[in-house]
Design a protein. Structure first.
Lengths: 523, 447, 122
């Protein structure tokens, strides 16, 4: 035989006490330790190659920076590694089910990213002459047409930069309409359900209104008796802010009546469109009697959440509110598209400007791409699959967990913590799900349900993926019902154990500071 | 439909498991007259990637890009080079497709970058603390005005004549809704120090900008001193973040709040958004700050980690008593900013700032040499205003015919006839000697 | 010196014209770990029931109401650096402010310790 002695054992050997020890590096296999840039970089390092300045006479007139920033730089490979290592400490939709209720964490198609980066969009300036950027204006106009058609509303303001900014837009339009009626001084009261997202009351206050909270009924909808009682005196009613489908994941059954009553009272109907994804293509909010609604392009139309923004919140407006829309807006004329930027002529009733420039163009390109991909038929299927997936999850979990309300849900399933043993909290369940490899559901929201757990699977999860997810949730819920103490220590398998938020808030450290000489000496 | 994994069999099996006859069962709460019976009319049906790409690319092709030829447009958004690495980093799945870091144990990537971002912004502005970003510079400016009113319990805000008119308008919109009085000083190329005379015991803050919308840079120390003498705050605004590498930063001028646009670092022009608002202030004011804040802490094993903190300022807890209704930051744009800043470092930033300034000096020298061109901006970083004897819109149109996008007519931002003949133009590291020659040659023929 | 209590879980201890005000042990337990306290400024005047101070835990913010009307003679500055004192000794070192009473009769409507204990049991 020819004897090749290079062979090595390839069967894993069994080692007693083989858990391994903590590493010297602080890394664990694929999980790499990564310090702050301030600890690894220096101010003299740079990862860009720029030509040397010529050193000509400056025109600063002495208004020059005294102290250097001292900010560290890293070479390009170090930079790439820094961020790639950090990225691996993040959960993401591309990794698994992201069941965060009311946040709509659905798949983000890469085609949207590709097209948003076309130089014709990414490399155009908001203040270029308008004849040079007709394609950009046309794209915004096309998106606006989709939004108006899908909502059944006559107008849309495109500049709001996020959902909360859209709320502000709608409420400022209502304020302006009341000013035009000469009633802004008296009509101050805005009705807001107790289940509302915190941005609703915050927005109303930011627009100078007063908030009057409406109760929820035992079915998780607006308590109509309480609502009617609030309308006994209509003289100070400015309007209502209502999320539909609401934050309990339920369609507001009495929404038409609510719209009629608020209009009869002389008020306006602001609908929070955060959950439009449950009804897009199946129901047009315009048919429900609303006056304004923001649309989170980053939820319903799948522009990426990016770790907390940027969002985009175009706001559709009724005939009654349309004249008060913010500048700028786009008008289609005989020789192309035109931006109306000043509050004169057709914009003389506008409530003003919300931000510099024209809104989140990058998000507009992604959203239109998503809409064109799905089409009217696909978007309807999006809503139906989202609702089907949520109801499937609810059906599978309802025997183990406590559904907050009876009946079917829309796009998200809501549970209370009633099934848990004493001492186990919603947060323990959430952290244990991290160990199962999932991003937890939304916790403690909406406030109207004790220990709330809000699960939104979205339409981009397969049945097989949902089955695996539900098995994990059921297992964790059973442990919670049994009062298993180990839940309190979860997560055990994440990059970090539970973090001390009390310490962070008591002694806020909001930026890196160099270690003191004593601390260095002590090392 | 390529984005929807459920099959017809799946749907059937799931409905059976739920005990529903059809999908319509879930929509019975919808009032009957609002139920649609089929796909919405007047919209196209679904399409494959290729068809969609053709349609959208067709729209993109109708736009003149900033890289197609000599380009000098600024006024709040600037054409800079973004290193390829930056775009690679922000397209990492784990950054792109994640949410606000509500579960810190599985979001340390986002949180650590935010902590680094906050530290970088504080250092750049020479302020004590910075938040995790705002929508953009203009909304940051508006929020700064509201914050000053909260902190001082006063209701008057004074805006300089050099504040970007869009920033002034956004601030006015938000303030007026809350009954805050806005005092707007008349537009002026070099008028920031006029603010000194406009503060009284009712003033919550005075807002000035350097470099201002005409490009003028100003040492605002006297403005800060005048504000502080009346127990008012000084809000210092900038729209060109790269200027901070060379020009006196807000913290060196005594600013209480510094706000500005961070687009120039890491973010493309994208027709005005998404951008990233920078927001910094003194330690004393930190609990009045709007927006998200990331802070350092430890986990159960004593390992350093980061969390969102001081959340009690925010709407999801405070509801109607929140400092602002803001619910997001500009996460991914902030990541682009911090990644680009990390590549630059202090050395790269100083160099980049110097190159910008030199390009603008070269441009100013070339244009100033032309008969009939009057340079208006006395001190500048990478942007300045000039006047000719002709209508600015006409001049820009003629420049355009020669392939030069020459800047912004001042009257677009400041309607009325005072600035009819004024053009504001910017140069950056992207501006070449050929671009400058083309501009000067073309302008010489026109005026 | 006896302590009196409100239905909003403030306590008040009167010594002559001056009363010390804080939040009850029960309230401190319900709030969780206190991370920040904003005490009123000296010289500020409140009517009974006005927002007087703010107490925050990580996930909640609560307003503290003036149990009676009066003018602030001292705020507990130590809480700025050590908000945890509110958890550790809510009815002692964790006091919020001292008030000069404007109307002593306002004390009459408040609960004594026994009544408050029963109130908390609900």
């Amino acid at each position: 035989m020819t004897m090749n002695t290079q062979g090595r054992p390839t069967t894993p050997s069994i080692v007693a006490n083989g858990s391994g020890s903590d590493s010297v590096s602080g890394s664990k296999g694929l999980s790499q330790r990564e310090d702050l840039i301030f600890e690894i970089g220096t101010p003299d390092t740079t990862g860009v190659d720029l030509p040397a300045p010529k050193g000509c006479k400056d025109r600063l007139g002495g208004v020059a920076r005294k102290d250097a920033t001292g900010l560290p730089g890293l070479s390009e490979p170090e930079t790439v590694r820094h961020y790639v290592r950090l990225s691996q400490k993040n959960y993401a939709i591309d990794l698994g089910v992201f069941s965060l209720g009311s946040c709509t964490m659905k798949h983000n198609p890469r085609l949207n990213e590709k097209l948003a980066r076309l130089p014709g969009f990414a490399d155009v300036h908001p203040l270029q002459p308008q004849y040079e950027i007709q394609g950009a204006l046309e794209l915004i106009d096309q998106l606006a047409t989709w939004l108006k058609t899908l909502t059944g509303m006559p107008a849309v303001a495109m500049s709001p930069k996020a959902g909360a900014h859209g709320e502000l837009c709608g409420m400022l339009a209502i304020r302006q309409a009341l000013i035009a009626r000469g009633e802004a001084g008296t009509r101050k009261r805005v009705l807001v359900p107790a289940s509302a997202h915190g941005t609703n009351p915050a927005t109303a206050i930011q627009c100078g209104f007063e908030v009057d909270e409406i109760k929820a009924n035992e079915r998780g909808r607006v308590d109509m008796e309480d609502f009617r009682a609030k309308l006994e005196d209509t003289s100070d009613i400015a309007g209502i802010m209502l999320t539909n489908p609401n934050t309990c994941g339920l369609f507001e059954t009495d929404i038409r009546e609510i719209a009629d009553l608020i209009h009869e009272a002389g008020g306006y109907f602001y609908c929070d469109g955060a959950n439009f994804n449950a009804i897009v293509g199946r129901v047009r909010p315009g048919d429900l009697g609303i006056d304004a609604m923001h649309i989170n392009l980053h939820k319903t139309f799948s522009t990426p959440h990016g770790g907390g923004g940027p969002g985009s919140g175009p706001t559709v407006l009724s005939e009654a509110l349309a004249p008060f829309a913010p500048v700028p807006f786009i008008v289609r004329g005989e020789d192309g598209y035109r931006l109306v930027e000043d509050m004169e002529g057709e914009a003389s009733d506008s409530f003003g400007r919300m931000c510099a420039f024209h809104g989140q163009m990058g998000m507009f390109v992604r959203a239109l791409t998503y809409m064109l991909s799905h089409g009217a038929d696909g978007l309807k299927q999006v809503a139906e699959d989202a609702v089907l997936n949520a109801n499937y999850v609810q059906a599978r979990l309802k025997d183990t967990m406590t559904p907050a309300f009876d009946g079917y849900c829309m796009h998200e399933a809501l549970f209370s913590d009633e099934f848990t043993a004493d001492g186990i909290e919603t947060i323990d369940i959430a952290k244990a799900l991290i160990d199962e490899g999932y991003h937890p559901m939304t916790m403690y929201f909406p406030l109207v349900v004790h220990g709330a757990m809000l699960i939104e699977p979205t339409e981009t999860e397969s049945k097989a993926e949902l089955d695996r997810f539900c098995e994990s949730v059921i297992a964790v819920a059973n442990r919670a019902a049994a009062g298993e103490d180990s839940l309190k220590g979860a997560p055990y398998h994440a990059p970090m154990r539970r973090l001390d938020e009390t310490q962070a808030a008591r002694k806020p450290r909001l930026k890196w500071t160099p270690p003191s000489p004593e601390a260095i000496a002590a090392e | 439909m390529r984005y929807l994994p459920l099959t017809a069999e799946d749907r059937k099996a799931m409905l059976a498991r739920i005990g529903a006859a059809s999908i319509d069962d879930f929509y019975t709460d919808v009032p009957e007259q609002a139920r649609l019976d089929g796909p919405i009319h007047d919209l196209p049906m679904y399409q494959g990637e290729l068809a969609v790409e053709r349609h959208v690319a067709g729209l993109a092709a109708k736009n003149r890009t900033a890289s197609e030829g000599p380009f000098f447009v600024g006024c709040g958004a600037y054409k800079h080079h973004v290193p390829a690495t930056v775009d690679h980093i922000i397209q990492r799945s784990e950054f792109l497709t994640t949410y606000t870091p509500y579960q810190p144990e599985i979001a340390q990537g986002t949180l650590q970058t935010l902590f680094e971002f906050q530290t970088q912004v504080a250092a750049l502005t020479a302020m004590d603390v910075a938040n995790a970003s705002m929508y953009d510079g203009s909304t940051a400016c508006a929020e700064a005005a509201l914050m000053a009113c909260r902190a001082t319990r006063r209701k008057k805000v004074v805006l300089s004549g050099g504040l970007h008119p869009h920033y002034a308008a956004a601030t006015r919109t938000l303030c007026e809704a809350q009954g805050i009085e806005i005092v707007q000083l008349p537009a002026a190329v070099d008028g920031e120090l006029e603010l000194v005379k406009s503060v009284d015991e009712e003033t919550a803050c005075i807002i000035g900008q350097s470099p201002n919308v005409f490009g003028t840079i100003t040492d605002m120390t006297p403005v800060a001193e005048a504000a502080h003498a009346e127990k008012a705050l000084f809000v210092s605004v900038f729209t060109e973040a790269i200027s901070l590498g060379l020009v006196t930063p807000p913290g060196e001028m005594g600013a209480d709040i510094a706000v500005g646009e961070g687009q120039s670092i890491g973010n493309p022009l994208t027709f005005g958004g998404p951008y990233v608002g920078l927001f910094a202030c003194t330690q004393k004011l930190v609990r009045q700050m709007p927006g998200r804040l990331c802070g350092e802490t430890e986990d159960a094993d004593g390992k350093r980690g980061f969390v969102l903190t001081l959340s009690t300022r925010e709407q999801h807890i405070r509801r109607d008593k929140a400092t602002s209704n803001i619910c997001t930051n500009a996460g991914l744009c902030a990541l682009a900013f911090t990644a680009h800043m990390t590549l630059l470092g202090d050395k790269g930033l100083s160099q980049l700032a110097a190159l910008n300034h030199e390009a603008a000096c070269d441009l100013a020298n070339a244009l100033e040499a032309i008969d009939g061109v009057e340079l208006l901006t006395p001190r500048f970083f990478n942007e300045f205003a000039f006047r000719t004897s002709m209508n600015a819109e006409a001049v820009l149109a003629m420049l355009d015919e020669k392939g030069v996008v020459g800047g912004v007519r001042a009257s677009r931002l400041m309607p009325g006839d005072r600035f009819d003949d004024v053009i504001i133009c910017a140069a950056t590291e992207c501006t070449t000697t050929e671009d400058i020659d083309a501009y000067a040659d073309a302008l010489k023929e026109i005026v | 010196m006896t302590m009196k209590f409100t239905e909003d879980h403030e306590w008040i201890r009167v010594d002559g014209d001056v009363a010390t005000v804080g939040i009850t042990k029960y309230a401190a337990e319900q709030l969780g770990d206190v991370v920040f306290v904003e005490v009123p400024e000296v010289g500020a005047s409140f009517s009974k029931g006005d927002d007087m101070a703010v107490v925050e835990s990580v996930k909640a913010a609560s307003d503290v109401y003036a149990p009676v009307g009066g003018e602030v003679t001292e705020g507990n500055a130590a809480l700025a650096d050590a908000p945890e004192t509110v958890n550790e000794d809510p009815e002692g070192a964790g006091w919020f402010a001292k008030l000069k009473l404007s109307d002593k009769s306002e004390l009459d409507g408040l609960m004594d310790a026994d009544a408050y204990a029963k109130f908390c049991e609900g």
